[in-house]
Design a protein around this ligand. Structure first.
Ligand SMILES: C[S@@+](CC[C@H](N)C(=O)[O-])C[C@H]1O[C@@H](n2cnc3c(N)ncnc32)[C@H](O)[C@@H]1O
Length: 223
């Protein structure tokens, strides 16, 4: 089933989508780009480049959505000349006609957006010479993946909208997907979410957030 969304311009000028049924935006309305850059790129991807210097990186994204996190990661992989294999799941992907309206390629000076959305599901596709995307359509709860990952971008809708995605079993699954030393980052710092991460064996760090958000979370699987 495709997502029923409308597009919205956030405070930094970058688009987000708003899920009509949940009435929830896919990103912070204070700045979609600023949020993605802080939570997933600065706290996840860039530290992983340093932490795992001699290997191709494997990244898993919970909630592909607009493809913004994937696009920013493809851009950084190219700049840093690091090979990234990126797997993402979404239960309710955006319709292509909605995705085509997103302003990200114009905003970042890239040309990745059509490929990110139009590439087939369930098979690896090269978006640029450093970045390979595999999208899966389905529920994260039912997902079975044989691989392990250096980084997880955990980008579910807020617990107020989808509490089932922030339960201990989900973080147990995420912890299982992480390689030793691997990192999960997310924008949500609610204390019960931190507790659920800890009970899954992750070590939880609080970091300063983007504008208008005090704390965001990086959880590390001890090696
Ligand atoms: C906050 S948005 C993700 C934003 C996205 N990372 C981006 O950069 O645009 C949450 C996403 O999770 C997806 N989703 C909702 N329930 C899901 C589930 N049970 N399993 C997998 N994906 C789900 C939604 O369709 C939506 O695209």
């Amino acid at each position: 089933m495709k997502a029923d969304i409308r597009l919205m311009v956030t405070a930094d000028g970058s688009h987000t989508a708003v899920n009509q049924a949940l009435d929830k935006p896919y990103h912070s309305i204070h700045g979609a780009y600023q949020e993605s850059q802080r939570v997933y790129i600065e706290l996840g991807l860039l530290p992983a480049f340093d932490k795992f210097p001699d290997t191709d990186l494997r990244i898993f994204e919970m909630g592909f959505g607009t493809g913004l996190n994937a696009l920013l990661t493809a851009r950084e992989a190219q700049v840093h000349q690091r090979r990234v294999f990126y797997s993402a799941i979404d239960a309710y992907p955006m319709a292509l006609e909605d995705a085509r309206q997103l302003n990200y390629d114009a905003f970042f000076g890239t040309d990745y957006l059509p490929q990110l959305h139009e590439s087939p599901w369930n098979e690896p596709v090269d978006i640029n010479s450093s970045f390979t995307l595999t999208k899966y359509e389905g529920n994260v709860q039912d997902m079975v993946l044989p691989e392990r990952f250096h980084v997880i971008y955990f980008d579910a809708f807020a617990p107020t909208a989808q509490p089932e995605l922030w339960e201990p079993e989900i973080f147990e699954k995420m912890a299982h997907l992480l390689l030793p030393g691997g990192m999960l980052t997310t924008y949500c710092s609610r204390s019960y979410v931190q507790r659920n991460m800890r009970s899954a064996g992750l070590s939880v760090e609080k970091h300063s957030g983007p504008l208008h958000k005090r704390d965001v979370i990086r959880a590390v699987k001890m090696g």
